[in-house]
Design a protein around this ligand. Structure first.
Ligand SMILES: C[S@@+](CC[C@H](N)C(=O)[O-])C[C@H]1O[C@@H](n2cnc3c(N)ncnc32)[C@H](O)[C@@H]1O
Length: 252
């Protein structure tokens, strides 16, 4: 997906996109169907839904925000995939009021668990929406990345508060209601009976590097993307990543 018009945006999405694309390719091969049914819970304005539709898949986005769904519709039209993207207003905690149980080859839940009242129920619903052997793509804010970012910005008390806070929040002004460790996220997935696959650390360095180093040095963005990709797979870096990605597969 790296967007040539917004090169720095690729730093936020490249690792997840590569993992997701591989998982979808595997489902295409396993099912023998070129067009998969994909559900993007909390898919917002389509950062992932639209590129997934561009691969030829049918994507349903469930999101509570009418503004996000409006932006999604416009973006899908601009990308020429309006016929493969369906936006539905709804909540991951009331998922089956709006979509079919067991109807999807892949379910994305990216940047949503942080905001829901009951993350375990959110993951259970995402898994219940999957067909047998379907792929779960879960992305959520990492605790360690936030601690490191606050500390490097000189907010040492906030960093310590996040470290000791059960929800991983650095203070009352923290816009993110909840963060996770890799263990917490994988436990949430494993508790549903889904087989936990690869775990990746996302944005290990990108948020800590001064923008000027990436924007002005020739080749720096490309080198940083490669560094992010290499570090993402190493468990040692999971504890300092801004986000954590967990891939799961629903057992047959
Ligand atoms: C940080 S954005 C992530 C958007 C998109 N998934 C992405 O990765 O670019 C969080 C999205 O979750 C949606 N959201 C918040 N609470 C939700 C809930 N309970 N169920 C489903 N979506 C929710 C918001 O409207 C927003 O679009």
């Amino acid at each position: 997906m790296p967007d040539p018009m917004r090169p720095r945006a690729s730093l936020r999405t490249a690792v997840v996109w590569e993992v997701l694309k591989d998982a979808l390719d595997r489902r295409v091969k396993a099912t023998g169907r070129e067009a998969l049914d994909v559900l993007d819970t909390g898919g917002g304005s389509g950062n992932f839904a639209v590129p997934v539709a561009r691969l030829g898949h049918r994507v349903t986005v469930v999101d509570p925000s009418p503004n996000a769904l409006f932006a999604l519709e416009r973006r899908a039209a601009e990308a020429g995939v309006a016929d493969r993207v369906r936006g539905v207003q709804g909540d991951v905690l009331g998922l089956f009021d709006v979509v079919e149980r067991g109807g999807y080859d892949a379910v994305l839940c990216h940047g949503v668990l942080e905001y829901v009242e009951d993350p375990a129920e959110g993951v259970r619903n995402a898994v219940d929406a999957l067909r047998s052997e379907g792929a779960l793509s879960l992305l959520a804010a990492g605790l360690g990345g936030a601690v490191l970012a606050r500390a490097l910005a000189g907010h040492f008390t906030e960093a310590r508060r996040a470290l000791g806070d059960p929800a991983g929040r650095w203070g009352d002004g923290d816009p993110v209601p909840r963060r996770f460790t890799a263990e917490q996220l994988t436990e949430l997935v494993a508790a549903t009976g889904v087989e936990v696959g690869a775990v990746h650390g996302v944005r290990v360095f990108a948020d800590l590097v001064p923008g000027v180093l990436v924007d002005t040095e020739p080749g720096a963005l490309d080198a940083l993307l490669k560094l992010e990709a290499a570090a993402a797979e190493l468990p040692a870096f999971h504890s300092v990543a801004t986000q954590l990605h967990v891939l799961g597969e629903k057992r047959a």
